[in-house]
Design a binder for this molecule. Structure first.
Ligand code: G6Q
Length: 552
């Protein structure tokens, strides 16, 4: 395996010395002169040609500053970066997360029962299905009321305690699939170590009707364990202090059976996963237990099938028709050749309100890296900043900057042909705004057009829209569990492709460690009754002193 790992790292020349990269550099000097208005005028079929459709997702990428030639070189870049080989390495369970010596197998979480994916000599697919079956049986018991709380009452509230990858996916999926959820159950999500988060989540809940899911891959995360212990005390205080009540009100999702047992949760009530599931890629593992409780086992399996369809598309479709590859290469084009610093994710679907936040972790924790797989400082920009809000709300706030600001912000618009809540003209109005925004960004409004409307000369510059702002439009039939799975997998594989091109490890996150370690040092300094000897920098020392003084 050591040899295989080495091969994965060394078989590509440095990015900046690849032919396609150099070609793109030269090509970008030309592209700087292009305008979407002319690109469209020169090719009346552009809006139909620059599109791709797969597994029920439609992508219009015509409003990008690209030509056939640009795409050709971008595809050559993917080939030279050995995207296909790296994809094969991931799907076949090779340990591509080289800094942690782990396989990266979220795709195994949604592989069908008969599939075989071998890690360290073991086919992991049967284990995945065994956990899924246990989750299904448990969800059925809770949803049917068969699973009772300690006092014999039925469970009406589910509180997921977790943070980062053990929270963002579950929250996003719950919000996204609320339409399909069992409304007799109330769902809350506690992540922040700020006590307000826990206090507000439980303030109107009856402990006798409440089930806590402690979701933590490691079961050692400071925030989650602090909240889990608080939840334990909260429950015991309300149920008469009987420790045996824990078994009826706490379940765990983790890879760490030892810590789960230490906490007092019976491993019979633990749902496992494995070190080859990264936190931010785990919402379709047992970390999705809250999702399954909300939408039921069938809905959850439909979501997994959606993920799997996109996996297969990504793995097998030619680059020119490959949705994740197209999205990734376009983002590389803007990030590295137009110096775009951010990408906006703009879902025109209220249920996807947490989707941009979810993607922030997926994209930025994965590709916010400054060294290559070989440990060399990169000489190009890696992940852009991903951000966004649902439309049309954003239009009344930050879109101004996208339309007329000084920065280039490529946008992904996401919309659906059908709404889950048809009401009068709402959906036509919503979709009209998707199309209008993408059109306005691309084509703008010239000084001549503004003039022709009778605008006084002095006002004209203020009312001109330069246009030439790129965007993708992604459309699907309607938001179902399967479509959600497809959308998430679309961005997962986009992130993977970006990482391959940038030659970085998308699957570790050492950057979160330093702050965690320093906090562990500072906690006793804040808590200590006697004056601590502080040995930080003068700013940190002063801040700690101020806090100690005021908390008294
Ligand atoms: C994700 C990260 C991180 C992780 C949290 C929670 O890829 O690793 O966000 O999910 O720190 O970790 P635990 O699940 O171990 O509590």
């Amino acid at each position: 395996m050591a040899r295989a790992e080495k091969k994965i790292v060394i078989n590509v020349k440095p990015l900046t010395s690849l032919k396609a990269w150099k070609d793109l550099k030269a090509h970008a000097r030309e592209a700087a002169k292009w305008n979407l208005r002319t690109l469209f005028a020169d090719d009346p079929k552009r809006g139909e040609r620059f599109t791709a459709e797969a597994v029920g997702l439609f992508l219009d990428y015509s409003k990008n500053r690209v030509t056939d030639e640009t795409l050709k070189i971008l595809f050559a870049l993917a080939e030279e970066s050995k995207l296909r080989e790296r994809t094969h390495a991931m799907f076949s369970g090779q340990k591509i997360n080289i800094t942690e010596k782990r396989a990266v197998l979220h795709v195994a979480l949604r592989a069908p029962k008969g599939a075989s994916i071998v890690v360290d000599g073991e086919n992991v697919v049967p284990k995945v299905h065994e956990v899924l079956d246990r989750m299904s049986a448990f969800s059925d018991r809770v949803r049917s009321g068969e699973w009772k709380g300690h006092t014999g009452k039925r469970i009406k509230n589910v509180v997921n305690i977790g943070i980062g990858g053990s929270d963002l996916g579950p929250v996003m999926a719950y919000e996204a699939l609320k339409h399909y959820s069992d409304r007799a159950l109330t769902f809350r999500f506690v992540s922040n170590v700020d006590s307000t988060d826990f206090a507000e989540a439980v303030q109107d809940l009856d402990a006798a009707e409440t089930l806590f899911i402690v979701s933590s891959k490691t079961f050692t995360t400071l925030e989650t364990m602090t909240n889990a212990h608080t939840a334990r005390s909260w429950l015991l205080e309300r149920l008469g202090g009987d420790e045996s009540s824990i078994a009826r009100h706490f379940v765990a999702v983790s890879t760490n059976a030892g810590e789960v047992t230490k906490f007092g949760i019976d491993t019979a009530n633990m749902f496992g996963f494995w070190d080859w599931v990264g936190g931010r890629y785990s919402m379709d593992s047992a970390i999705g237990l809250s999702t399954m409780l909300a939408i039921g086992p069938d809905g959850f399996r439909a979501m997994l099938d959606g993920f799997h369809q996109m996996d297969e598309h990504f793995r097998t479709a030619p680059l020119e028709k490959n949705l994740p590859v197209l999205l990734a290469l376009l983002s590389v084009w803007y990030t590295d050749f137009f110096d775009a610093q951010t990408i906006a994710i703009l879902p025109y679907e209220q249920y996807l309100k947490r989707f941009p936040a979810y993607l922030q972790q997926l994209t930025m924790e994965s590709n916010g890296k400054h060294v290559t797989l070989k440990g060399k400082e990169v000489r190009y920009n890696t992940s852009p900043i991903y951000w966004g809000e649902p439309g049309t709300n954003g239009q009344h706030s930050f879109y101004q900057l996208i339309h007329q600001g000084t920065r280039l912000i490529p946008c992904d618009f996401i919309g659906f042909y059908k709404t889950l809540n048809p009401l009068g003209a709402h959906h036509d109005i919503l979709l009209a705004n998707v199309f209008a925004q993408a059109e306005a960004l691309a084509f703008g409004k010239t000084a001549e057009q503004v003039n022709a409307e009778g605008t006084p000369d002095w006002l004209v510059p203020h009312r001109v829209f330069e246009g030439n702002r790129p965007s993708n439009t992604i459309l699907a039939e309607e938001l179902t569990p399967a479509v959600l799975g497809k959308l998430i997998a679309l961005y997962e594989h986009c992130v993977f492709t970006q990482g391959v091109v940038w030659q970085i490890n998308s699957f570790d996150q050492w950057g979160v460690e330093l702050g965690k370690a320093l906090a562990q040092k500072i906690i006793p300094e804040l808590e200590s009754a006697s004056e601590p000897q502080l040995a930080h920098d003068s700013s940190t020392n002063h801040l700690i002193g101020l806090y100690r003084k005021h908390k008294k």
